[in-house]
Design a protein around this ligand. Structure first.
Ligand code: SF4
Length: 361
């Protein structure tokens, strides 16, 4: 289908778009809805960028998690049976902050990538599965991290250059340039990395931008078949940020972005919608083509949206069951993408998780 066709569906036949998306999702995934039980570790809040909507970023060097405190966090993660350790952090803070460079040197690292690699090694030693998001990194850095992660992620957010203009969400964030981000996503494809990407809805982009973003992601994925999931994340205004008074996206825009992503992306791609950002419309998300709810933590908060708590898993499961869906836990790598992983990570999955009640091939 062409850009014009998607636009006409959005403008003139939104109901047809929804039924197409829902039909496709149920044909591919039935009534099963997945999620990953995760433990969110914000390695550092320092960052080289400054996005208009971000309440995560801080210049404080004290925001770094040290290896010792990381080990005690892992004990906590194990005690509540989390399988995914989500490592999320500001992007390459050492490029901007002397304090970050100094901190990294203290631990024998020249870069954040080296520091995260060290943490991933600790995670794997504990037979848990890391999923890391480091922002824009090089081909070589991706290659290094591939061996230490069950999957890696980089939100595209939007393919719109306009968001880099003065006064826009990405004006102070040069690496939110879509060209750089597409390059990372493509490099991950060349390296066969199970990959997560997605859009951030409502930060000043248009519906045309959303179609273009998804079509470009689909072109990359058609070639490399490595994008295991697309997250449709809605902008959630945070106090104290330049965009605190900016209105959140309308419900129809969020739901239609989910339907569009289902219709545009290939059939293997999981479409994910965060339940904590959509508390009162979870069933709608599924009826518009989502089949995954992403990471849900029994203990840690969503550090990107700290005001949005997750629903407790068993309650969420019961709510979904009452409307005919079945909530199932999965790992941070979806079964069809396990073939891309090295022997060590596949062995952890085989030995530790294969017999558990977790979706497996
Ligand atoms: S959203 Fe990410 S890249 Fe942007 S300022 Fe926050 S941490 Fe940095």
């Amino acid at each position: 289908m062409s850009f014009d066709h998607y636009l006409s569906l959005l403008n003139n036949e939104p109901q047809e778009l929804q039924s197409l998306a829902n039909e496709k999702a149920r044909k591919l995934f039935g009534q099963t809805i997945t999620y990953s039980r995760n433990f969110f570790v914000p390695i550092t809040h320092q960052c080289r960028n400054r996005c208009g909507y971000c309440s995560f970023v801080s210049d404080d060097v004290k925001s770094w998690i040290t290896p010792d405190s990381f080990k005690s966090l892992l004990e906590k993660a194990k005690s509540v049976n989390c399988s995914e350790i989500l490592l999320t952090l500001g992007e390459k803070p050492e490029k901007k902050h002397a304090t970050a460079r100094e901190f990294l040197r203290k631990y024998g690292c020249n870069s954040t990538v080296e520091y995260v690699k060290m943490f991933c090694e600790i995670v794997l030693e504990e037979k848990l599965l890391p999923h890391s998001n480091l922002g824009v990194i090089t081909f070589e850095e991706l290659k290094t991290l591939k061996d230490y992660n069950a999957s890696l992620g980089l939100m595209l957010e939007s393919s719109s250059d306009h968001l880099l203009d003065e006064g826009e969400a990405h004006y102070h964030s040069p690496t939110k340039n879509p060209k750089l981000r597409f390059e990372v996503i493509e490099n991950a494809g060349k390296l066969n990395i199970p990959f997560t990407s997605g859009l951030l809805i409502g930060i000043g982009e248009t519906k045309e931008d959303r179609i273009k973003s998804l079509m470009h992601l689909q072109i990359i994925n058609k070639q490399y078949q490595h994008i295991q999931e697309i997250i449709i994340q809605n902008f959630n205004p945070q106090k104290g940020t330049p965009m605190q008074d900016y209105p959140p996206p309308e419900e129809k825009d969020v739901l239609q972005a989910i339907a569009l992503s289902r219709v545009i992306m290939g059939s293997n791609v999981n479409i994910q919608a965060p339940p904590n950002l959509n508390r009162n419309r979870i069933v709608d998300l599924l009826n518009f083509g989502a089949n995954d709810l992403g990471g849900i933590s029994p203990v840690t908060i969503d550090h990107i949206n700290p005001n949005m708590t997750w629903q407790e898993e068993s309650q969420l499961g019961k709510n979904l069951e009452s409307v005919g869906f079945l909530l199932k836990q999965r790992l941070p790598v979806y079964p069809p993408y396990e073939k891309y992983l090295n022997k060590r990570i596949r062995k952890i999955i085989e030995d530790k998780y294969r017999n558990e009640e977790i979706i497996s091939p």
